[in-house]
Design a protein around this ligand. Structure first.
Ligand code: E4P
Length: 218
């Protein structure tokens, strides 16, 4: 399963990328707003694309199809790594078809059901982003939706990649992998939680203490 980092924070992106932990980036307008300051979204996307050799999702903010296509073209022109993100609305799917016809990759976002995901795949989406945590927040089972999407896509041999999103903790990541998500996008905090285990820390501490007691160098 590919791991993407869900942030527009360049320091976090650099750290994870240099450690070889990530395959790409997802952003959304809220994540951009958090880090922008006086920088333009274009410059932020360009810096991210220069840093990471993988897909970088950049979201449109128009809500009509024509506006989404025009913004999508501008975003795609920034760098070849850009994947245009459109919302799962009727206009979003119209825009998805047009962008795909222009060979621009599209990530259809704000997906909350397997039937929505079916429509996105038929519209030519390269990625579908089911929002696991936000479904859990309203009393649904987010992972169940990811699993249903997997079943539908496999049944009809649809090539859209399932990008599990809105993941809040390592268990979401494990479950996404177990039900066959192609990618998972994680906030930095969740990514580093995947690395840690108290038994790893305790084991390392005792190995180092024993080595020190030995009192010899290598
Ligand atoms: C996905 O692409 C979104 O940016 C993100 O995963 C949303 O997560 P949230 O529900 O934690 O805001």
């Amino acid at each position: 399963m590919k791991i993407f980092l869900d942030t527009a924070d360049l320091n976090e992106i650099r750290r994870a990328n240099e450690a070889g932990l990530i395959d790409g980036i997802t952003t959304n307008p809220s994540l951009l707003a958090k880090v922008a300051g006086d920088r333009s979204p274009r410059d932020i996307f360009l810096d991210i694309c220069r840093e990471v050799d993988g897909p970088v999702s950049a979201e449109v903010v128009a809500i009509d199809a024509e506006g989404m296509v025009s913004e999508g073209r501008k975003l795609a022109d920034i760098h070849e790594n850009i994947v245009v993100k459109v919302p799962l609305t009727e206009n979003g799917l119209r825009a998805c078809r047009t962008l795909r016809a222009n060979e621009i990759r599209v990530n259809v976002t704000l997906c909350f059901s397997a039937v929505q995901a079916l429509l996105a795949a038929k519209a030519g989406a390269s990625y579908i982003s089911p929002f696991v945590g936000r479904l859990d927040d309203v009393g649904h089972d987010g992972i169940e939706i990811v699993s249903e999407i997997r079943e539908v896509y496999d049944e009809y041999e649809l090539e859209t990649e399932i990008l599990a999103a809105s993941l809040r903790h390592p268990k979401h990541v494990l479950e996404s992998a177990l039900v066959g998500a192609d990618c998972a996008t994680l906030p930095p905090g969740v990514l580093y939680k995947l690395l840690r285990h108290p038994l790893t820390d305790a084991g390392l501490e005792s190995f180092l203490a024993d080595w020190k007691a030995l009192g010899k160098g290598l």
